[in-house]
Design a protein around this ligand. Structure first.
Ligand SMILES: [Zn+2]
Ligand SMILES: [Zn+2]
Length: 307
């Protein structure tokens, strides 16, 4: 399958004219998952023509303003569209309090159900096609990264092979497609690999912010097709990053390298860098991990398992 990843905001701490606060969206078969919701998120959604109604689940990393201030406005968009499906919101415990207080104090009219799920390390959501796993990070308050992994699917069924092997069309085809071995009337056993192509690998997307560098992150995001990761500072501020529990772009690149990801997309830039100064983050990261992208707001990535 393929995923589209939309970077909705790239700034850390404060929004700037060309940089909204941190947020990314993943679209898969028309359904949208949102990761963090900084100020400006709904503007980027609108500019990219991503429909609010399509957002089924929102995953929040932690309770710092630059990651959640876009949420009340987004939740209020509901008054403009009908929505019958509940909205699931995942995050640290305090997130529920924040949403409830906003609803109460701002008299928010919300005409659908919000289901809050407290994030704990491990799989927080699973359906037949994918899982979303929460990764424990180390920041100034409880914080989680998220890894979305599509499940592998069996290879394509070859009708040609099935006919050549004289397998009668019907239930046996279905059983082979499910990975079972079948026995023909003449006693011949047919294994699934005789009629199925190579398994189709699911793709993986990881979203990591805010955290100090931890070597354990690489294990969680292993083999991601796309790692969207905080790269807040340049190398001259490594000590600062450590004290504030953030990462340099070089540290993000170390994770990308150690995890064997395909592509690293940097986000959550410090507002200290003017737009034209951001390139130092990419230059330093690229020395460690070549396929590093300096994201801009509303950049779109397409991930296919055929890559
Ligand atoms: Zn932040
Ligand atoms: Zn933070």
């Amino acid at each position: 399958m393929s995923l589209e990843v939309f970077v909705l905001g790239t700034s850390g701490m404060q929004p700037l004219p060309n940089r909204f606060l941190t947020s990314a969206a993943v679209r898969r078969e028309g359904e949208i998952f949102l990761f963090d919701c900084g100020e400006g998120t709904q503007v980027s959604l609108k500019m990219l023509n991503l429909h609010w109604k399509r957002i089924s689940r929102i995953f929040i990393s932690h309770m710092h303003a630059d990651h959640v201030t876009g949420l009340p406005g987004l939740l209020m968009l509901s008054s403009q569209v009908d929505r019958t499906e509940p909205l699931y919101i995942y995050g640290p415990a305090k997130l529920k309090e924040y949403i409830d207080a906003n609803r109460k104090l701002l008299d928010m009219y919300i005409n659908y159900e919000i289901r809050f799920v407290q994030t704990e390390p491990g799989v927080v959501y699973e359906n037949k096609d994918l899982t979303v796993e929460a990764v424990p990070l180390l920041h100034t308050k409880p914080c989680f990264g998220y890894v979305l992994t599509e499940k592998d699917r069996p290879g394509e069924f070859s009708v040609e092979n099935a006919k050549a092997l004289n397998i009668p069309m019907g239930p046996m085809w279905g059983r082979l497609q499910k990975g079972e071995t079948v026995t023909l009337e003449n006693g011949t056993s047919i294994t699934p690999n005789q009629v199925l192509g190579n398994p189709r690998r699911g793709v993986r997307f990881s979203f990591i912010t805010d955290t100090m560098y931890l070597s354990s992150i690489a294990n969680h995001v292993k083999n991601s097709d796309l790692l969207v990761c905080e790269g807040m500072f340049d190398n001259s501020l490594t000590q600062d990053a450590f004290e504030k529990k953030h990462m340099t772009s070089s540290q993000a690149a170390m994770i990308a390298r150690d995890a064997g990801v395909k592509k690293l997309a940097l986000i959550h830039y410090s507002p200290r860098y003017a737009d034209k100064e951001l390139k130092v983050l990419k230059e330093e990261a690229s020395e460690i991990f070549e396929n590093t992208i300096l994201t801009k707001d509303r950049m779109v990535f397409e991930i296919n398992n055929s890559d």
